[in-house]
Structures are given as structure tokens and as C-alpha cells.
Design a protein around this ligand. Structure first.
Ligand SMILES: Nc1ncnc2c1ncn2[C@@H]1O[C@H](COP(=O)(O)OP(=O)(O)OP(=O)(O)O)[C@@H](O)[C@H]1O
Ligand SMILES: [Mg+2]
Length: 252
């Protein structure tokens, strides 16, 4: 079976996409799934956890310029069963020069060539509805939407829902919304009473939510996944339970 491909998307910045992509990818690999983490963000944040980004010579940008194949740019990570397709700032520079008819399908073609080697592929998206997010959603079977419940905006949610619908109509009719993941939550009471029903009007919401904790930032600084940095901390356990929900969701 080809890999289940899961894009982590939200056009708003700082909602927890990268944290979720890193820990979902590592969490899936820990359950025995051969996993590829794809960085589609020119910020290169998820690549920075696993690779020395400065010295990377082959990145996702080379797919757009057709300089290298997917296989050539994928690197192993320090974690067993977890590979990385890295990106860095050079990705931002290819955008305008590659807006030809193939542009939305670059990542789909790239993943087509490697998806038989993996059980799961996780794509970290940039905070924009750029060609890169379109590429990610165009190649994915599923989308997960990290959302900071206490800062969410209805306009933002509507915009994202519209984009996903547009992608389904024009590029990828198979795309399914796996759910919204509430991140950086300070109080569960506020969520269940007031915010949750509003978000549920737009997207299914994962039962697990991710609370706020300093270990998340610390794990980024130490360039490790949270599940590696401190698996017993609350947020690591929450991410493990989110991984289980994702596994159930993609089985259906
Ligand atoms: N559960 C959490 N608890 C505490 N801090 C968190 C949590 N999740 C994320 N953060 C912090 O919030 C910031 C944004 O998180 P992250 O980078 O995952 O979001 P993002 O959506 O990928 O951002 P961008 O849109 O810039 O790519 C980071 O500094 C991260 O360390
Ligand atoms: Mg990010």
C-alpha cells in the first residue's frame, strides 16, 4: 500500500503546524511506520530539528527547478524509520520563476515516486496559502489543521475551509479533512464551553488537544522531537494520543 499522506496546514502563523508535524512524524515512526517528513516551508523550521540546514545542498527547491529528484534530496534522520525531505530559504526564491502549468503538482509527482517506500508521509506547510500549501494539499490524502483555540478567528477558519474546498474541486478530489487539532491550550473549560462548538461548525475536532508547556520550546531548542526530549511531559503524552487518533482516522 502506498503511504498515507497527511498535510499539516493553517495559513495563520504560529498555530503549531511545525510542532505538530515533527511530533506526528516521529510519533508515527515510533509505532513502527516507515515515515517521511516533508518540509514545504521556506522557513525550514522542521528541517532544522533534524538537519544542519545551512549546509544542506539539496532541498525541496530543487524539485521545482527540476535539478534533483525526490530520492536525491531525502535524508535520513537520527531517528529510526524517519526520513526528511528538507527545505530552506532558497524555496522562497523559486516561487515566481516556476509558476507554469506544472507548478501545483510538483510535490504530488515527487511523492508519487517515493510513496511506495513509506507507510506515512507528513507535510509541514508554510503560514500562507501560497503555491507551497497548494502543492501540499494537492498531494495529500488528509489534512490536519492545528488551531490555537484561544486566538482563532472565524475569518481565518472560513478562508482555510474555502481553500480546502477549492483544492478538492480543482486539484485533489480525494483530500479528506482529518480534523482540527487544538494547540497551545491554557484551559480546557474555556475550550469545551465556548470555543469548541464554534470550531466544530467548520471542521471535525480531534478529541485530543495539546496544552501549553515550556517543554515544547525547549525541545525545539535542543533540536529534538518532544517525544524524544521528554516523553513523560504532559504535551508529549497528548501528542502520543493525537498520533493514535490519526492512525485510527487514516485506517477508515
Ligand atoms: N503546546 C505548546 N506549548 C508551548 N509552546 C508551543 C506549543 N506549540 C507550539 N509552541 C510554540 O509556539 C511557536 C509556534 O509554534 P510552531 O512553530 O509549531 O507553529 P507554526 O504554525 O509552525 O508556525 P509558522 O506559521 O511560523 O510556521 C513556537 O515558538 C513553539 O515553540
Ligand atoms: Mg512552521
Amino acid at each position: 500500500m502506498p503511504a498515507a499522506i497527511i498535510a499539516i496546514a493553517n495559513q495563520k502563523g504560529g498555530e503549531g503546524k511545525t510542532t505538530t508535524a515533527i511530533n506526528l512524524a516521529h510519533g508515527l515512526s515510533l509505532t513502527g511506520k516507515n515515515t517521511l517528513l516533508v518540509d514545504m516551508d521556506p522557513q525550514g523550521n522542521s528541517s532544522g530539528i533534524f538537519a544542519d540546514v545551512e549546509n544542506l545542498t539539496k532541498t525541496v527547491a530543487d524539485l521545482f527547478t527540476k535539478k534533483h529528484t525526490a530520492e536525491e534530496i531525502i535524508v535520513r534522520t537520527k531517528y529510526e524509520k524517519l526520513d526528511l525531505m528538507p527545505a530552506k530559504i532558497s524555496l522562497a526564491e523559486v516561487e515566481l520563476s516556476t509558476l507554469n502549468v506544472d507548478a501545483p503538482y510538483v510535490m504530488r509527482d515527487a511523492l508519487d515516486s517515493v510513496k511506495n517506500k513509506y507507510d506515512t508521509i507528513v507535510i509541514d506547510c508554510p503560514p500562507s496559502l501560497s503555491i507551497f500549501t497548494i502543492n501540499a494539499l494537492g498531494s495529500a490524502g488528509y489534512v490536519v489543521i492545528p488551531l490555537q483555540a484561544e486566538k482563532f478567528s472565524i475569518d481565518g477558519i472560513k478562508g482555510l475551509q474555502g481553500t480546502i474546498e477549492g483544492i478538492k474541486r480543482r486539484i485533489n478530489p480525494d483530500l479528506k479533512i482529518l480534523g482540527a487539532l487544538i494547540t497551545q491550550l491554557k484551559s480546557n473549560t474555556v475550550l469545551t464551553k465556548t470555543i469548541l462548538p464554534v470550531i466544530q461548525n467548520y471542521f471535525p475536532v480531534f478529541e485530543t488537544s495539546i496544552s501549553t508547556g515550556v517543554a515544547v520550546g525547549e525541545s525545539h531548542l535542543s533540536r529534538r522531537s518532544l517525544l524524544d526530549y521528554n516523553p513523560s511531559v504532559k504535551q508529549a503524552k497528548e501528542y502520543q494520543s493525537f498520533v493514535r487518533e490519526v492512525l485510527n482516522g487514516i485506517k477508515k
